[in-house]
Design a protein around this ligand. Structure first.
Ligand code: THG
Length: 265
């Protein structure tokens, strides 16, 4: 399971303020806390700063890398901001994300071609956001093939089928879950990744919904999550779900998590 820590996102009030004030210590603390909680990548997102996004994203990458050894997951819909952030990143970053939108695809394929960068392939096209399993599969197929043909190893591709709020359509949960299952089965060796919180948009007690959804997605094969790694209840649920899904020899991960107190709540 790959965990991407989501907390360094300018849409969160404290982070937006820290970026605006160039408060490196505040950002570093959130990076270190997430790394110590088990994050494999630290997501960095400065998307609210129109016109300054590239500059701020570069600053976030530098600041995070001064504080931790974790690589960044560079989160922006703007290829230029991603280019800028990558130019200062040390080691192997994850790009969040490429999609089938033509300008985004054409701009980012040359960046990942023949490299060892990890890349999130977001199921979105110029026709908009997919709603059904089938629409997601068609986009995933074109994205995976396009990347593989450009010498991106399948093991470096993380397909994000795109979570949509279940409050707007009762089938948005199941269509996403079935997409995870179909993608994992049809494209052997590819990874899957998702941000969870959209599923609960507009509903009360969102944490509870996000956790239930994460566990259901793991039971369909999901192996990457963009989450708040400081949420111990969420992490306990994820570790347990992986053990139950057959990904934990001799229940060692479960037992280690129990003993380490990392997952106590
Ligand atoms: N897929 C991919 N990337 C993504 C997403 C995705 N990046 C952004 C987002 N979705 C995941 N990141 C976050 C970061 C922070 C929060 C949610 C998702 C967050 N949300 C608070 C909440 O849900 O209650 C509200 C914000 C706040 O704290 O003020 O913190 O799907 N590839």
């Amino acid at each position: 399971m790959i965990i991407v820590g989501e907390l360094i996102n300018a849409s969160r009030k404290a982070i937006g303020e820290a970026i605006r004030a160039q408060d490196a210590e505040a950002v570093k603390k959130v990076a270190v806390d997430q790394r110590e909680a088990g994050a494999n990548f630290i997501d960095v997102n400065a998307g609210i700063f129109v016109g300054k996004e590239a500059e701020y994203l570069q600053w976030l990458v530098k600041t995070v890398q001064e504080a931790t050894d974790a690589p960044c997951c560079i989160d922006s819909p703007d290829p230029n901001a991603i280019h800028a952030a990558l130019s200062v990143h040390k080691g192997t970053a994850m790009i969040n994300s490429i999609s089938l939108e033509k300008s985004r695809f054409d701009s980012l394929v040359p960046v990942v071609a023949g490299t060892d960068l990890k890349v999130i392939a977001l199921c979105m096209s110029d026709e908009g956001m997919p709603e059904t399993t089938d629409q997601r599969l068609k986009i995933a197929d074109r994205l995976i093939n396009g990347l593989v043909q450009n010498n991106v190893p399948i093991d470096n591709i993380y397909v994000d089928p795109l979570v949509q709020p279940v409050a707007t359509n009762k089938d948005f949960g199941i269509e996403f879950l079935n997409a995870i299952e179909a993608i994992s089965k049809q494209f052997k060796g590819v990874h899957t990744m998702c941000g969870l919180s959209n599923i609960s948009y507009g509903l009360p007690n969102r944490k509870f919904i996000n956790q239930a959804f994460a566990i259901m997605a793991i039971a369909k094969g999901l192996d990457g999550l963009i989450i708040n790694p400081l949420d111990k209840r969420m992490l306990a649920g994820l570790v347990t779900a992986e053990t139950l899904f057959g990904r934990d020899n001799f229940c060692m991960n479960y037992l280690n998590a129990y003993r380490s107190q990392l997952f106590e709540f």
